[in-house]
Design a protein around this ligand. Sequence first.
Ligand SMILES: Cc1cc2nc3c(=O)[nH]c(=O)nc-3n(C[C@H](O)[C@H](O)[C@H](O)COP(=O)(O)OP(=O)(O)OC[C@H]3O[C@@H](n4cnc5c(N)ncnc54)[C@H](O)[C@@H]3O)c2cc1C
Length: 269
Amino acid sequence: MKIAVCVKQVPDSWAEKKMAGGVLDRASVDAVLNDLDEYAVEEALRIVEANSPTKEAGEGSGHTITLISMGPDRATEAIRKALSMGADEAIHICDAGLGGSDALATSLVLSKAISDGGFDLVICGTESTDARMSVIPAMLAERLGWAQLTFAGSVSVDLGATKVSIARLTELGIENMEANFPVVISVIEKINEPRYPSFKGIMAAKKKTITVKSLADVGISADQVGSKAAWSNVRDAVLRPARSVGIKVEDGGDGGTKLADFLAEKRLI
Ligand SMILES: Cc1cc2nc3c(=O)[nH]c(=O)nc-3n(C[C@H](O)[C@H](O)[C@H](O)COP(=O)(O)OP(=O)(O)OC[C@H]3O[C@@H](n4cnc5c(N)ncnc54)[C@H](O)[C@@H]3O)c2cc1C
């Protein structure tokens, strides 16, 4: 079984961020592996371990886990972290023309990188913690012409039947769904507890192959990606104003009435 896991490098959620020219200034903040993609890597490792004669991922398992990432040079750091968790290799699509790409362009690039690889499964996180659109997995499935099983709270793979089943937790209950290979899955954060990279894993990751591909390598021209090709452009952005001091209601025995008057004035009751 060949599994691809889409991983994205994102600005650290805790970093103080600045806007530059209507977009987030990514260069000035620390960057990390998207938290939600750690669950996708962990799930891929668990699928391989459950279906490997050695009960381990890596060489001898009979399966491979390839990371796919689109991002600037420094996305390598996030890729190495996911490799140190246990993935086997990575494809990094890195090209100056990609800056400002929207979700449509991102899904196009990722789908081209995936379509050449002979993968059975693609696993994504549910969303990136920076752009938070939650659209890439569905767009990938559409572009590849594969089934999509999104927002999975649990996944099981039947290799004999080349079939994947998921349980999707919804507000109304649990939806059990299945599809035949090849499939795009997205996983939610309740699905597992991602492992910490071990010292052995960190050392091994240094030697794993990251294949860097340009736009030309994946068969895409510069006019299909980047801010000029984006279907939407951010024209302006302003920081949220600092919170002002609220209204303090002194309770001299009539606090409840004052509160009710306030809510009625705001048409909240
Ligand atoms: C007008 C415009 C300008 C933008 N400019 C920039 C910019 O200059 N720089 C920039 O970085 N972003 C920019 N973005 C954001 C960028 O388009 C999104 O990050 C991208 O489309 C993916 O959407 P998402 O991050 O919301 O993914 P989601 O759909 O929330 O992600 C779901 C999952 O898809 C996978 N995934 C998503 N993105 C990638 C990736 N790049 N590589 C591998 N896997 C991935 C991950 O598994 C992730 O968990 C811009 C967006 C718009 C609309």
